[in-house]
Design a protein around this ligand. Structure first.
Ligand code: IPE
Ligand code: IPE
Ligand code: MG
Length: 238
Protein backbone atom coordinates (compact mmCIF):
# COMPACT_ATOMS: atom_id res chain seq x y z
CA UNK A 1 0.00 0.00 0.00
CA UNK A 2 1.94 2.98 -1.14
CA UNK A 3 -0.17 5.96 -0.45
CA UNK A 4 1.22 9.41 -0.03
CA UNK A 5 -0.66 12.01 1.94
CA UNK A 6 -0.19 15.74 1.40
CA UNK A 7 -0.95 16.51 5.02
CA UNK A 8 -0.72 13.90 7.75
CA UNK A 9 -1.91 14.42 11.32
CA UNK A 10 0.93 14.47 13.81
CA UNK A 11 -1.24 13.19 16.62
CA UNK A 12 -4.19 10.83 16.11
CA UNK A 13 -6.47 9.74 18.95
CA UNK A 14 -9.05 6.98 18.62
CA UNK A 15 -12.18 6.17 20.62
CA UNK A 16 -12.17 2.44 19.92
CA UNK A 17 -15.90 1.74 20.22
CA UNK A 18 -18.25 -0.99 19.07
CA UNK A 19 -16.66 -4.21 20.33
CA UNK A 20 -19.83 -5.30 22.15
CA UNK A 21 -22.08 -4.64 19.16
CA UNK A 22 -19.68 -6.49 16.86
CA UNK A 23 -19.91 -9.56 19.10
CA UNK A 24 -23.68 -9.27 19.40
CA UNK A 25 -24.03 -9.29 15.60
CA UNK A 26 -22.24 -12.63 15.67
CA UNK A 27 -24.27 -13.99 18.59
CA UNK A 28 -21.14 -14.11 20.73
CA UNK A 29 -20.48 -12.75 24.23
CA UNK A 30 -19.19 -9.15 24.45
CA UNK A 31 -15.70 -10.33 25.42
CA UNK A 32 -15.39 -11.91 22.00
CA UNK A 33 -15.55 -8.40 20.54
CA UNK A 34 -12.89 -7.12 22.94
CA UNK A 35 -10.56 -9.94 21.89
CA UNK A 36 -11.04 -9.11 18.22
CA UNK A 37 -10.53 -5.43 19.06
CA UNK A 38 -7.07 -6.16 20.47
CA UNK A 39 -5.99 -7.45 17.05
CA UNK A 40 -7.19 -4.19 15.48
CA UNK A 41 -5.03 -2.26 17.96
CA UNK A 42 -1.95 -4.10 16.70
CA UNK A 43 -2.86 -3.50 13.02
CA UNK A 44 -3.54 0.23 13.49
CA UNK A 45 -0.45 0.75 15.66
CA UNK A 46 1.77 -0.76 12.97
CA UNK A 47 0.15 1.25 10.19
CA UNK A 48 0.37 4.58 12.05
CA UNK A 49 4.00 3.90 12.83
CA UNK A 50 4.70 2.99 9.19
CA UNK A 51 3.07 6.23 8.01
CA UNK A 52 5.25 8.30 10.33
CA UNK A 53 2.55 9.50 12.73
CA UNK A 54 4.17 11.13 15.77
CA UNK A 55 1.66 9.97 18.39
CA UNK A 56 -1.26 7.55 18.51
CA UNK A 57 -3.44 7.81 21.62
CA UNK A 58 -6.00 5.04 22.14
CA UNK A 59 -8.98 5.18 24.50
CA UNK A 60 -8.84 1.67 25.92
CA UNK A 61 -10.72 1.99 29.23
CA UNK A 62 -12.57 5.01 30.55
CA UNK A 63 -13.11 6.16 34.11
CA UNK A 64 -16.80 5.45 33.53
CA UNK A 65 -16.08 1.91 32.25
CA UNK A 66 -15.45 0.88 35.89
CA UNK A 67 -19.26 0.80 36.14
CA UNK A 68 -19.47 -2.19 33.78
CA UNK A 69 -20.17 -5.71 35.13
CA UNK A 70 -17.26 -7.14 37.12
CA UNK A 71 -16.84 -10.11 34.76
CA UNK A 72 -16.39 -7.79 31.77
CA UNK A 73 -13.88 -5.61 33.64
CA UNK A 74 -11.94 -8.69 34.79
CA UNK A 75 -11.80 -9.99 31.25
CA UNK A 76 -10.67 -6.60 29.90
CA UNK A 77 -7.85 -6.51 32.46
CA UNK A 78 -6.72 -10.05 31.58
CA UNK A 79 -6.85 -9.15 27.91
CA UNK A 80 -4.87 -5.97 28.51
CA UNK A 81 -2.14 -7.88 30.33
CA UNK A 82 -1.90 -10.47 27.56
CA UNK A 83 -1.95 -7.74 24.93
CA UNK A 84 0.94 -5.88 26.57
CA UNK A 85 3.11 -8.97 26.67
CA UNK A 86 2.36 -9.80 23.03
CA UNK A 87 2.55 -6.22 21.75
CA UNK A 88 6.10 -5.70 23.02
CA UNK A 89 7.40 -7.33 19.86
CA UNK A 90 5.53 -4.82 17.67
CA UNK A 91 6.61 -1.97 19.95
CA UNK A 92 10.31 -2.85 19.87
CA UNK A 93 10.46 -3.83 16.19
CA UNK A 94 8.86 -0.54 15.19
CA UNK A 95 10.92 1.69 17.52
CA UNK A 96 7.71 2.77 19.31
CA UNK A 97 7.76 4.54 22.67
CA UNK A 98 4.97 3.39 24.97
CA UNK A 99 3.19 5.42 27.61
CA UNK A 100 -0.17 5.77 29.38
CA UNK A 101 -2.52 8.44 30.65
CA UNK A 102 -5.18 7.97 33.34
CA UNK A 103 -5.52 6.70 36.90
CA UNK A 104 -3.23 3.73 36.34
CA UNK A 105 -3.04 3.03 40.10
CA UNK A 106 -6.64 1.73 39.96
CA UNK A 107 -5.63 -1.12 37.62
CA UNK A 108 -4.69 -4.59 38.96
CA UNK A 109 -1.05 -4.91 40.05
CA UNK A 110 -0.37 -7.55 37.39
CA UNK A 111 -1.40 -5.05 34.69
CA UNK A 112 0.58 -2.19 36.26
CA UNK A 113 3.70 -4.39 36.25
CA UNK A 114 3.36 -5.12 32.54
CA UNK A 115 2.69 -1.44 31.78
CA UNK A 116 5.84 -0.44 33.67
CA UNK A 117 7.89 -3.12 31.94
CA UNK A 118 6.72 -1.99 28.50
CA UNK A 119 7.37 1.69 29.29
CA UNK A 120 10.85 0.96 30.59
CA UNK A 121 11.76 -1.30 27.72
CA UNK A 122 10.66 1.23 25.09
CA UNK A 123 11.82 4.42 26.84
CA UNK A 124 14.78 4.96 24.53
CA UNK A 125 12.87 4.30 21.31
CA UNK A 126 12.68 7.31 19.03
CA UNK A 127 9.74 6.53 16.73
CA UNK A 128 6.00 6.97 17.24
CA UNK A 129 4.58 7.36 20.74
CA UNK A 130 1.81 4.89 21.52
CA UNK A 131 -0.25 6.16 24.43
CA UNK A 132 -2.99 4.07 26.05
CA UNK A 133 -5.70 5.95 27.94
CA UNK A 134 -6.58 3.64 30.83
CA UNK A 135 -8.96 4.43 33.67
CA UNK A 136 -8.96 7.80 31.93
CA UNK A 137 -11.46 10.64 32.25
CA UNK A 138 -11.06 14.03 30.59
CA UNK A 139 -12.75 15.96 33.39
CA UNK A 140 -10.71 14.12 35.98
CA UNK A 141 -7.52 15.02 34.14
CA UNK A 142 -8.53 18.70 34.30
CA UNK A 143 -9.36 18.38 38.03
CA UNK A 144 -5.92 16.81 38.60
CA UNK A 145 -4.27 19.71 36.73
CA UNK A 146 -6.17 22.24 38.85
CA UNK A 147 -5.01 20.48 42.02
CA UNK A 148 -1.40 20.37 40.85
CA UNK A 149 -1.34 24.07 39.99
CA UNK A 150 -3.28 25.12 43.11
CA UNK A 151 -0.67 23.35 45.21
CA UNK A 152 2.12 25.30 43.52
CA UNK A 153 0.25 28.54 44.26
CA UNK A 154 -0.35 27.50 47.88
CA UNK A 155 3.35 26.78 48.31
CA UNK A 156 4.20 30.22 46.96
CA UNK A 157 6.10 28.72 44.03
CA UNK A 158 3.98 30.60 41.46
CA UNK A 159 1.48 33.48 41.41
CA UNK A 160 -2.11 33.16 40.12
CA UNK A 161 -1.24 35.40 37.17
CA UNK A 162 1.52 32.98 36.12
CA UNK A 163 -1.15 30.43 35.21
CA UNK A 164 -1.61 30.20 31.45
CA UNK A 165 -2.51 27.66 28.78
CA UNK A 166 1.09 26.52 28.42
CA UNK A 167 1.35 25.77 32.14
CA UNK A 168 -1.93 23.84 32.05
CA UNK A 169 -0.73 21.79 29.04
CA UNK A 170 2.52 21.03 30.82
CA UNK A 171 0.57 19.87 33.89
CA UNK A 172 -1.57 17.31 32.03
CA UNK A 173 -0.91 13.55 32.44
CA UNK A 174 1.49 13.62 29.47
CA UNK A 175 3.32 16.94 29.59
CA UNK A 176 4.18 18.18 26.12
CA UNK A 177 1.65 15.92 24.38
CA UNK A 178 1.47 17.18 20.78
CA UNK A 179 -1.82 18.94 20.01
CA UNK A 180 -4.44 16.53 18.78
CA UNK A 181 -4.94 16.81 15.01
CA UNK A 182 -7.42 14.05 14.32
CA UNK A 183 -9.92 12.27 16.55
CA UNK A 184 -11.39 9.08 15.12
CA UNK A 185 -14.39 7.36 16.71
CA UNK A 186 -15.57 3.98 15.51
CA UNK A 187 -19.04 2.60 16.24
CA UNK A 188 -20.88 5.69 15.02
CA UNK A 189 -21.74 7.49 18.27
CA UNK A 190 -21.59 11.27 17.84
CA UNK A 191 -20.01 12.00 21.20
CA UNK A 192 -16.70 12.50 22.99
CA UNK A 193 -17.41 10.29 26.05
CA UNK A 194 -15.09 12.28 28.35
CA UNK A 195 -11.98 11.77 26.21
CA UNK A 196 -9.13 14.35 26.02
CA UNK A 197 -11.39 17.34 26.67
CA UNK A 198 -8.53 19.84 26.90
CA UNK A 199 -6.47 18.46 24.02
CA UNK A 200 -9.41 18.24 21.59
CA UNK A 201 -9.87 22.00 21.23
CA UNK A 202 -8.92 22.27 17.54
CA UNK A 203 -8.82 18.62 16.55
CA UNK A 204 -10.53 17.48 13.36
CA UNK A 205 -13.20 14.82 13.91
CA UNK A 206 -13.84 11.63 11.95
CA UNK A 207 -16.67 9.38 13.05
CA UNK A 208 -17.33 6.13 11.23
CA UNK A 209 -20.13 3.58 11.76
CA UNK A 210 -17.53 0.81 11.30
CA UNK A 211 -17.21 -1.15 14.55
CA UNK A 212 -13.71 -1.27 16.06
CA UNK A 213 -12.99 -4.97 15.31
CA UNK A 214 -13.80 -4.26 11.62
CA UNK A 215 -11.59 -1.14 11.45
CA UNK A 216 -8.41 -1.70 9.43
CA UNK A 217 -5.71 0.03 7.36
CA UNK A 218 -8.14 0.90 4.54
CA UNK A 219 -10.56 2.49 7.01
CA UNK A 220 -7.70 4.48 8.52
CA UNK A 221 -6.66 5.67 5.07
CA UNK A 222 -10.22 6.91 4.43
CA UNK A 223 -9.95 9.06 7.56
CA UNK A 224 -6.51 10.33 6.48
CA UNK A 225 -7.69 11.09 2.94
CA UNK A 226 -10.49 13.16 4.39
CA UNK A 227 -8.13 14.85 6.85
CA UNK A 228 -5.81 16.03 4.09
CA UNK A 229 -8.71 17.89 2.46
CA UNK A 230 -9.63 19.75 5.62
CA UNK A 231 -8.87 23.46 5.81
CA UNK A 232 -7.80 24.06 9.38
CA UNK A 233 -8.43 27.70 10.16
CA UNK A 234 -7.91 27.84 13.93
CA UNK A 235 -10.34 30.75 14.09
CA UNK A 236 -8.48 32.81 11.51
CA UNK A 237 -9.45 33.95 8.02
CA UNK A 238 -7.31 32.17 5.45
C1 IPE B 1 -15.36 -0.33 23.32
O1 IPE B 1 -16.36 -1.19 22.94
C2 IPE B 1 -14.39 -0.96 24.27
C3 IPE B 1 -14.46 -0.45 25.63
C4 IPE B 1 -15.19 0.55 26.04
C5 IPE B 1 -13.58 -1.09 26.61
P1 IPE B 1 -17.70 -1.34 23.77
O2 IPE B 1 -17.53 -2.41 24.78
O3 IPE B 1 -18.15 -0.03 24.31
O4 IPE B 1 -18.70 -1.82 22.64
P2 IPE B 1 -20.18 -1.33 22.36
O5 IPE B 1 -20.13 0.17 22.27
O6 IPE B 1 -21.01 -1.79 23.51
O7 IPE B 1 -20.55 -1.96 21.07
C1 IPE C 1 -15.80 5.09 25.15
O1 IPE C 1 -16.69 4.10 24.80
C2 IPE C 1 -14.68 4.50 25.97
C3 IPE C 1 -13.74 3.65 25.25
C4 IPE C 1 -13.77 3.39 23.97
C5 IPE C 1 -12.70 3.08 26.06
P1 IPE C 1 -17.98 3.80 25.67
O2 IPE C 1 -18.72 2.69 24.99
O3 IPE C 1 -17.62 3.57 27.08
O4 IPE C 1 -18.78 5.18 25.58
P2 IPE C 1 -20.35 5.50 25.70
O5 IPE C 1 -20.81 4.87 26.99
O6 IPE C 1 -21.01 4.90 24.52
O7 IPE C 1 -20.42 6.99 25.69
MG1 MG D 1 -19.29 1.48 23.59
Amino acid sequence: MDLTFRQLPRHIAIIMDGNGRWAKQKNKPRIWGHKAGATTVDIITKECSRLGIQQLTLYAFSHENWQRPKEEIDYLMTLLRRFLIKERKTIMENNIRFNTIGHIHRLPKTVIDELDKTKEMSAKNTGMTLCLALSYGGRMEIVDVVKKIAQRVAQGEIQIDDINEEMCSQSMYQPGMPDLDLLIRTGGEMRISNFLLWQLSYSELWITPTLWPDFNEQELHKALEDFEKRERRFGKVL
